[in-house]
Design a protein around this ligand. Structure first.
Ligand SMILES: [Fe+2]
Ligand SMILES: [Fe+2]
Length: 467
């Protein structure tokens, strides 16, 4: 159902009026109070029985629930300018948004804060019904993106649904059935939607490793890391979907490798190694049976073990080069494998894995792809468990914006080792004397060691997505 243009205009008019009043009066002045009451009424009217309203800029155009607002450019100019100045692309107002929250939103947008700071400031003010979002490209449907917004505390659910889909793909292939492509595509859609909304919470879940179900977790992790890296590299939604499909299914050909080889806690024999090396091409055959036709998905599956310099397997023709997207999956695949306990290796922590991978820049990995990946992860990738100078244990929730060695964390254990459900805090915070940082990181470690439930921690009550 489309929004009545008049109703929408009324809302934006009220928002302009509210801004004007904020500049003139104190927030408690009757004129300001009345302006916010009007704004809140206009919002309720515009929302009607919808769950959310999303507006924002896409290619310089103001969109409201996916529809361009072109009729009264003057009316919207103030809004466009404020969004641009604050470097905000889109805003979603959820059902339940209060007058107070609208007031905070108007105030924050009136201040000289930008991008991620706006998000932090809203969070500090406990605004939970107004989310900053990225609008997706034309033709991809604004609906999908806002659906993902509804899942804002549900990245754990998206992750486990993806895991379920992959498990089913492997199981059905093993039974000689052809798995449903539609189901995998829906999973890719969910993951892309969540990544476009804010990449850190889903990325953090890739720190979940499973020994018993290694292949399933690994497939989902490589899918998420590849798409997140793809997003950082500026790929459009269509490309992200194709990349994601190939990345999620990259190891499906492993279904033909006997368990005894997969779990062998030793170096493989020559013959065993030959069997392993068949999995990329076997994977392509399975994808084709499923009806995958897109070149990117097929190529990343085939080429995920081919190095930047052309080495690896399967062998390419002398003139051939691996696809740029295969290089993305190659990085994500290697990183996830390195940071997981395997029959033949203990896990590397993220920093160890990165420093080993950096030594292979230019040979195994495209140096530019690897650089972007390292930037994306930050020094302490989200989902990393850390011990703090305060003797508390915390989980990194998102990278620090000012200082990468000082990310946002959530405390999960106090000094005595007792489990706590702490708020999300920034390690940029000073101690009470203002002389030093309140907390710093002593060491990072694998959350599994302390049996920390990362999804539960990341979905804690006040964790808001950051774009
Ligand atoms: Fe593989
Ligand atoms: Fe893999």
């Amino acid at each position: 159902m489309n929004l009545e243009p008049k109703v929408a205009e009324q809302f934006f008019l009220s928002l302009n009026a509210a801004w004007k009043n904020l500049g003139l009066y104190s927030p408690t002045h009757p004129a300001a109070t009345a302006a916010f009451k009007n704004l809140s009424n206009a919002f309720e009217k515009m929302l009607g029985d919808r769950e959310r309203i999303t507006f924002g800029l896409l290619r310089g155009m103001l969109l409201l629930n996916g529809v361009p607002l072109t009729s009264k450019p003057d009316l919207f100019r103030a809004l466009v300018t404020r969004l641009q100045n604050s470097e905000i692309q889109g805003v979603t107002l959820l059902k339940g948004c209060t007058l107070e929250e609208l007031r905070h939103f108007a105030e924050v947008l009136g201040q000289n804060v930008k991008g991620v700071e706006v998000e932090q400031e809203l969070k500090r003010r406990e605004v939970t019904h107004i989310l900053l979002v990225k609008l997706v490209q034309e033709g991809t449907g604004e609906e999908r993106q806002t659906e993902a917004v509804d899942e804002r505390v549900g990245t754990g659910a998206i992750y486990s649904r993806a895991l379920q889909t992959i498990r089913k793909v492997f199981q059905e292939t093993r039974l000689g059935k052809v798995p449903s492509l539609g189901e995998v595509q829906r999973t890719v859609e969910d993951l892309v939607g969540s990544i476009l909304k804010g990449k850190h919470s889903l990325m953090a879940l890739t720190m979940i490793k499973s020994y018993d179900e290694y292949l399933f977790n690994h497939s989902v992790n490589v899918g998420i890391l590849s798409m997140t890296l793809g997003e950082s590299l500026g790929l459009d939604v269509t490309a992200l979907r194709e990349l994601g499909l190939g990345a999620l299914l990259h190891d499906v050909g492993k279904i033909n490798i006997p368990e005894t080889i997969i779990r062998a806690p030793r170096k493989l024999t020559e013959e065993e190694w030959e069997i392993v090396k068949r999995h990329p091409e076997d994977g392509v055959k399975i994808l084709e049976k499923m009806g995958v036709q897109t070149e990117i998905a097929l190529r990343v599956t085939k080429e995920h073990h081919i190095d930047f310099d052309g080495r690896g397997y399967p062998r390419l023709g002398p003139e051939d080069q691996p696809h740029a997207y295969s290089m993305v999956v190659h990085v994500a695949d290697t990183y996830d494998a390195m940071t997981t306990v395997r029959p033949y290796q203990g896990p590397a922590d993220p920093n160890q894995a990165i420093s080993r991978m950096k030594k292979l820049a230019g040979t195994a990995f495209n140096p530019l792809t690897l650089d972007s990946f390292v930037d994306m992860l930050g020094i302490y990738p989200p989902g990393t468990a850390v011990r703090l100078t305060s003797a508390e244990i915390a989980v990194v929730t998102r990278p620090g914006t000012e200082d990468t060695s000082r990310p946002w964390v959530r405390i999960v254990q106090d000094q005595e080792g007792k489990a706590v459900d702490g708020d999300e805090i920034s390690l940029m915070e000073w101690d009470s004397e203002g002389e030093d940082y309140a907390r710093s990181i002593v060491i990072a470690f694998d959350p599994v060691i302390r049996r920390i439930d990362v999804p539960a921690v990341l979905q804690g009550k006040d964790l808001t997505p950051v774009g």
